[in-house]
Design a protein around this ligand. Structure first.
Ligand SMILES: NC(=O)C1=CN([C@@H]2O[C@H](COP(=O)(O)OP(=O)(O)OC[C@H]3O[C@@H](n4cnc5c(N)ncnc54)[C@H](OP(=O)(O)O)[C@@H]3O)[C@@H](O)[C@H]2O)C=CC1
Ligand SMILES: Nc1nc(=O)c2c([nH]1)NC[C@@H]1CN(c3ccc(C(=O)N[C@@H](CCC(=O)O)C(=O)O)cc3)C=[N+]21
Length: 282
């Protein structure tokens, strides 16, 4: 194995210690940062992420509330709850855990959250601000990825970044943020023909597909930086990424593991955005 591992768990821990001090100062000014998470239904993966968010919030002194709703809740009722939270001055950040049940329109829900409390950075106003390079809440996973690259002083400007995935929460925004950092960006997806033709030209390869271990060293240029966003739970209960770690690590210069990679950074960036919201900076 030749690659250096970028440990997101350790970096997230460092960031939480810094944020903890910031929260102490905020509390001295009478502001108690609050993150309210809405969890609809009882998807075990969602429940586990929400637990992770609660634990991390507690570590930095952010108050977190979880509103649990049955999977049969109506869209109307969910919108009503969001409107109340928008009006509540003690709530700084609102996160509705995705995915939602099929009878609820995800986009209606995302657009109902006040852009000033949208700590996921999913509201179209905040996406527009990100696209035009304005200060805003950056989507947590892309923001976490950029922070990991910067933590190792990995150059971005002028590099060719290839992203596999074009979802609204990961693939598209991470491409936009890297473009803002002056990378040359290529997006691949399920309709891309001859994927390897693109990935083997990548200086930085970001994989956000959701299929276990499908990207191995055959997809890489020598010494590429590999960021594995995938979170896949195997039948034996263990977690694995979209990248075959051992194979890719033998050829890459840097690689992120799963677990302990991008996941913990996503949560750290959520806390960062909550503090920003509590300061009233957007
Ligand atoms: N670490 C973290 O913090 C987070 C991790 N995740 C994880 O990241 C992964 C991706 O999540 P998300 O973006 O929401 O997923 P989506 O399912 O929304 O998107 C997956 C993307 O991968 C593309 N794709 C699927 N199969 C292939 C293939 N064989 N070859 C090339 N492209 C393919 C799809 O293409 P098309 O558009 O054509 O369908 C789509 O653009 C999941 O494992 C998820 O659990 C997600 C969020 C945060
Ligand atoms: N509105 C919304 N915002 C999100 O940010 C959001 C979402 N919905 N829906 C689901 C995805 C997924 N996601 C993860 C966050 C942390 C880990 C994480 O911390 N993972 C740990 C492992 C945790 C475990 O062991 O289960 C790790 O990779 O080391 C993973 C995945 C946020 N998402």
């Amino acid at each position: 194995m030749s690659a250096q591992i970028i440990n997101g768990k350790d970096l997230a821990q460092e960031l939480r210690l810094e944020m903890k001090e910031e929260v102490v100062k905020l509390k001295d000014t009478g502001v108690n940062p609050n993150l309210t998470v809405i969890l609809v239904g009882d998807n075990p993966a969602s429940r586990s992420y929400v637990k992770g968010k609660e634990k991390a919030s507690a570590q930095v002194g952010i108050q977190s509330e979880v509103i649990e709703l049955s999977s049969s809740v109506t869209e109307e009722k969910l919108l009503e709850i969001i409107h109340k939270l928008n009006e509540d001055p003690s709530v700084h950040g609102i996160l509705v855990q995705l995915p939602l049940p099929d009878h609820i329109h995800e986009q209606h829900i995302i657009e109902a959250i006040s852009p000033t409390k949208d700590v996921d950075g999913f509201h179209p106003i905040n996406i527009g601000r990100m696209m035009t390079g304005q200060d805003t809440f950056l989507p947590c996973t892309p923001f976490g990825i950029i922070t990991m690259l910067k933590s190792k002083s990995i150059p971005i400007a002028g590099k060719h970044v290839v992203i596999i995935g074009r979802s609204n929460i990961v693939g598209k925004p991470v491409g936009q943020l890297l473009l803002n950092e002056n990378a040359t960006v290529t997006h691949c997806h399920s309709r891309t023909s001859n994927l390897k033709e693109y990935t083997t030209k990548a200086d930085i390869l970001i994989v956000a597909i959701g299929k276990p271990n499908i990207i191995d060293k055959e997809y890489l240029k020598a010494n590429a930086v590999v960021i594995d966003v995938g979170i896949n739970r195997l039948d034996n209960g263990s977690l694995t990424g979209d990248v075959d770690f051992d194979s890719a690590a033998s050829k890459a210069s840097y690689i992120t593991p799963v677990p302990k990679g991008v996941g913990p950074m996503t949560i750290a960036m959520l806390l960062h955005n909550t503090i920003k919201a509590a300061k009233g900076l957007t």
